[in-house]
Design a protein around this ligand. Structure first.
Ligand SMILES: Nc1ncnc2c1ncn2[C@@H]1O[C@H](COP(=O)(O)OP(=O)(O)OP(=O)(O)O)[C@@H](O)[C@H]1O
Length: 268
């Protein structure tokens, strides 16, 4: 059996103290295989982003363990060097890349900067690598020379994906990465992500509230509610034959032919 790439065991996160203390993530365990794609679904506030933030090292777990290729990643990195090294393990793409892009920096320069952080390359090699990344995500020279504000939402998300891939990570976390895009652009980005996974063997942790998206891009899925995992398994099984009432509710909440919100609310 292939060794898992990312393993999360009994992960827990509590915020606040005393009466204000709240558990955002409660005893969450899962693993991600090399080249695999795992979906995390759940309603707003179920702990999906907090889980992702702990894996990327932006939040310190209150309990549990995170390993990548068997190496402990539970505590956030202390030095710039180990942060860089960990950047080659896991990268994240958020819903709105505009907030994380430098508004005064041209897209090509932004990509060159990240390439420079992760690999010591000469000017010509850096240029080649930027052009390769741009090709991978479908950005042309005009877009590389542009400032982020001159790009559409879909193009900015391509920049965010290219920037994450510039570190050549083993795992890419996509946190509602296509949720803000309209449906046709969303389909383009999802196809792009499938191609990248096939060509590069990068693994995905795909966080979304959209079950159609989860069905399209993941092999396995976990369902979170109130910080805990209530169901997990192959995506088709979880979505087609949910065993937990909450998963059934999530699935039945998707509008489709014959959908009746009144019956749904009455039932739950
Ligand atoms: N820094 C923080 N301080 C206090 N509480 C927090 C903090 N970050 C998250 N929480 C709480 O933890 C819970 C889980 O939040 P989280 O953002 O992980 O949920 P989510 O499933 O990603 O939701 P959404 O889909 O709306 O992004 C929420 O109740 C949230 O209010």
């Amino acid at each position: 059996m292939t060794e898992p790439l990312l393993v999360v065991e009994h992960l827990t996160k509590t915020f606040g103290q005393g009466r204000a203390r709240a558990t955002a993530v409660a005893d969450v365990s899962f693993s991600l295989a090399p080249g695999g794609s795992l979906g995390i679904v759940g309603e707003s506030g179920s702990g999906k982003t907090t889980t992702a933030r702990m894996i990327i090292g932006l939040e310190r777990p209150s309990g549990g363990r995170i390993t990548v290729r068997g190496e402990d990643r539970t505590r956030p990195a202390r030095s710039a060097r180990s942060r860089r090294r960990r950047g080659r393990d896991v990268q994240i793409v958020f819903q709105d890349p505009y907030t994380s892009l430098d508004r005064r920096q041209r897209v090509g320069d932004c990509l060159a900067e990240v390439v420079g952080v992760h690999a010591r390359l000469g000017r010509e090699e850096t240029r080649k690598r930027v052009s390769e990344l741009a090709g991978l995500v479908g950005l042309d020279d005009r877009q590389l020379a542009a400032l982020p504000r001159a790009l559409s939402g879909g193009q900015r998300q391509r920049v965010a994906i290219a920037r994450a891939l510039a570190a050549d990570p083993d795992v890419l976390i996509l946190d509602e990465a296509v949720s803000a895009l309209d449906v046709s652009i969303q389909a383009q980005i999802l196809n792009l992500l499938s191609d990248i996974r096939r060509e590069r063997g990068v693994s995905y942790l795909f966080i979304s509230h959209d079950l159609a998206v989860i069905r399209q891009v993941t092999d396995d899925t976990i369902v979170m509610r109130h910080g805990a995992v209530v169901e997990q398994g192959p995506t088709a099984d979880v979505l087609d034959n949910p065993s937990h009432p909450y998963t059934r509710l999530l699935r039945d909440s998707v509008p489709r032919t014959g959908w009746d919100p009144e019956t749904l609310t009455a039932r739950h």
